[in-house]
Design a protein. Sequence first.
Lengths: 208, 208
Amino acid sequence: MTDTTTRPATRRREQTRSRLLEAAHAVFAEVGMDAASVEMICERAGFTRGAFYSNFESKDELFLALIAHLAEAKIDEVAVRVRSLAPDALGDLPGAVRQIVGASMAERMEPQLISEIRAQALRDPRMAAAYLGWQTGLRARIAGIIQDVVDTCGMRPRIPVADLAELLLDVSEDTCTRAAMEGRTPHDAGELLNERIERLVSALVDLS
Amino acid sequence: MTDTTTRPATRRREQTRSRLLEAAHAVFAEVGMDAASVEMICERAGFTRGAFYSNFESKDELFLALIAHLAEAKIDEVAVRVRSLAPDALGDLPGAVRQIVGASMAERMEPQLISEIRAQALRDPRMAAAYLGWQTGLRARIAGIIQDVVDTCGMRPRIPVADLAELLLDVSEDTCTRAAMEGRTPHDAGELLNERIERLVSALVDLS
DNA sequence: GTCTATAAGTGGATAGAC
DNA sequence: GTCTATCCACTTATAGAC
């Protein structure tokens, strides 16, 4: 016997939740939080509204759950990327930063969704809290990585490492956002970001 | 006789348009483009929907007109600020930048409205064009100002001046946005921005 | 130029069947 | 757990009065 008896319903429920979150990700990015109807999201996920309201209290709760989900996923992603390139490319700080920060930003509909989340967070304190927590965690992690590289290679940053982390995150976001607006491909955006970060980092950290 | 006969209706019409734009500014910032109803905007401006549709084709056209209006107003504002502080404070680049860029960003509902415009511009090519044109003009103007200061004072920027202008604009926007989310007052945001720009500029331009 | 009235549609959310 | 049917609030946009 499988564990069908212990948690069959719960597993199914989590799958439904997961598919709804995935659909929400796409729909919110495409048309925005307000223009997105619960119906659109359900249709995309292959459910009806009844199923939706059995899993989420409201569209707002879904959006909040999506932010939390993204925060977790993105921070994990950073950890994975770090492990996958730490050994060899330690000396190449710009390259490392782009790999870690940029790649996850330029792909898919990230700029659209992030912009949407920011716009909502500026109006709703609960969403602001969720978004700020995410960003704070991300900044701390990036700062930690930069600190490691700096220590290992004996570099001397001209501004505090925390500032540098924040700066690089902001620049990454803005560059990818503008690239998306200009109709560039994600690959193009990556190139652009690479160059900009290269110039910035080489101006901001001395090799001592 | 006044020129009442030549353009009485036109003057009145422009006043109506202007009041509608002003109301749109507030409502779009408060609830966002999609959640904002034409009725809300009309109510705020003291008109009814009939008057609205006599002046604008649709909500989208109104939003587009608002972007164009803001672009013009903001770029003019920069010019005014520059003239008002150029003579004495030329040596204080961080201070000048904050005065020019920051003040207009931290006040009122600017972060909310800008975020909303960006979110919309990421989905609608027409709005993207309007927004990108605005930003490009603003960047060019800021770059020109920085170049002046740099030349006059014999400073040596460690990255191209165009990059510096873009960077400072991005940092200003992001700082004000985050400050707003954290519930800080516009004054607080100004302080924060000031410090951040101070550190950044002193790390990025050498006094030669 | 601006208002009132209204048409036609879409939204979120619930109740109850299966 | 998920679906069908439905309620009610609210939206955009137009037609015609003033």
